[in-house]
Design a binder for this molecule. Structure first.
Ligand code: ASP
Length: 438
């Protein structure tokens, strides 16, 4: 029988009610051997996530503001879950240890990681599974970079000795000094993918509070269709552009071993969710798999006659961006024009400096800056084989009165990115959805 790894996100492990649902899911499927859990998330819309509260304790201490009340909220949640599930993992003394570490000035990474640590302890006891600390099997180097091969080896070797185990998500340790290091926010998805790869799982199930990916953001398009099947490559493009359900980095370990990722809903286990696999499926009547976008970009458009014949132009332009410690999001080019698209968070107030440097070093005829740009990706494996896709896309935007400021088609031809002004973002997504999905 195959082996599955099931990761449960914050809202799926937010309290005893949710953890009981988790138990029903795990116990109904003998092939689920490894369970990865997040820290308790929100139980209702304006509830707090334990991870946020833990970070808050740390910042309060840093600013010498009393943190006890916040810490008490954290304690109460764990104690009530432990009691409610009738397990005994001595959560109170675990909490006391964390309080002592907080007082001693423990790092933010250590404090934040305790959210998943405590939850995994409780859930392991409740399921009757072993508890395996992520610290033992997920290792980072001194620069905080994941040591991929070592981690993979450790996971394989360690979990061989545990037939059924619960592993806390989100963190590992630095090899050199044993300090706890977390992934970026939402990183338990990455832990789940690493575990799935390490044990060579047949499926990586990612349980959350939605029944998979939707073809567009439901806050923009009403009732968008669910995505039943999608390839890693398509999903990578969509997640990068803002479709959030799964941490964008979680795709890589699963993809490396060709392990399918199944996004499932803890509150509706009967739904099949979205299956993410290596195959690029092209559907006869559906060329687009999904539409996603992000706001908050700046385009610097550089015009210079015969730019295409000028040697080293791209290198010098890229050098200026690199010297300012920035990354380029896109680099659309024309005959006498070249544009750089930069994320505003990356630009971080240095726009004028960069433009001045471009003028000084590249001597362009003119430079145009468009701030407040949004990028929208229309993604679909079927697009490359189909004539007229871009014509349809651009016509839909023209009909909706949206001015396209930039076009970029990846060489895979499964993604067309358009840049529009932020004010047109929602209109553009609705128009594209209507044109391709209906
Ligand atoms: N608890 C962490 C967060 O809130 C990690 C996770 O849930 O994946 O970001």
């Amino acid at each position: 029988m195959g082996v599955k790894v099931a990761k449960f996100g914050g809202s799926s492990v937010a309290d005893a009610i949710q953890i009981r649902k988790l138990r029903d899911i795990v116990k109904a499927d003998d092939s689920i051997h490894y369970v990865v859990v997040s820290a308790p998330g929100k139980r209702y819309a304006d509830d707090s996530k334990i991870t946020d509260l833990l970070y808050l304790c740390k910042t309060h201490i840093e600013h010498k503001i009393p943190y006890e009340q916040i810490f008490q909220v954290i304690c109460d949640r764990y104690v009530s879950t432990e009691e409610n599930l009738c397990v005994d993992v001595d959560i109170k003394s675990e909490l006391e240890k964390i309080r002592a570490e907080l007082e001693k000035g423990a790092t933010a990474d250590y404090i934040a990681s305790r959210g998943e640590y405590l939850n995994a302890k409780i859930i392991a006891a409740f399921l009757g599974f072993d508890f395996v600390d992520a610290q033992e099997i997920i290792k980072f180097n001194e620069k905080g970079k994941l040591m991929d091969d070592l981690t993979n080896d450790l996971i394989g070797k360690t979990l061989k000795n545990h037939e059924f185990a619960v592993i806390p998500g989100f963190y590992g340790e630095k090899l050199e000094d044993g300090a706890i290091k977390t992934f970026s926010r939402g990183g338990s998805d990455i832990t789940g993918a690493l575990i799935a790869r390490g044990v060579n799982a047949d499926v990586y199930e990612n349980w959350t509070d939605v029944s998979g990916f939707l073809m567009a953001d439901p806050r923009i398009v009403s009732n968008p269709k669910p995505i039943e099947k999608i390839s890693y490559m398509e999903l990578r493009e969509l997640s990068y552009m803002g479709a959030s359900v799964l941490h964008e980095e979680a795709i890589f370990p699963a993809k490396a071993e060709g392990i399918p990722i199944n996004i499932r809903n803890t509150n509706r286990p009967e739904d099949k969710g979205t299956m993410i696999t290596a195959d690029l499926e092209v559907h006869e009547n559906q060329i687009v798999s999904g539409i996603a976008g992000r706001k908050n970009f700046t385009v610097i458009a550089i015009y210079k006659n015969h730019l295409a014949n000028e040697k080293g132009f791209i290198r010098r332009l890229a050098g200026i961006i690199e010297d300012h410690d920035m990354t380029i999001e896109h680099l659309p080019t024309g005959i006498d024009t070249m544009s750089v698209v930069i994320d505003n968070n990356v630009l971080n107030g240095k726009l004028d400096e960069v433009v001045e440097e471009i003028k000084y070093q590249l001597k362009p005829d003119s430079v145009d800056v468009v701030e407040d740009m949004a990028l929208i990706a229309t993604v679909g494996a079927g697009m490359s084989a189909r004539k007229g896709t871009s014509a349809k896309l651009f016509a839909s935007l023209a009909d909706a009165g949206v001015n396209i400021r930039m076009i970029d088609q990846g060489s895979s031809e499964m993604n067309i990115i358009v840049g529009v002004e932020e004010k047109d973002f929602e209109t553009a997504i609705k128009a594209i959805y209507k044109a391709f999905v209906g």
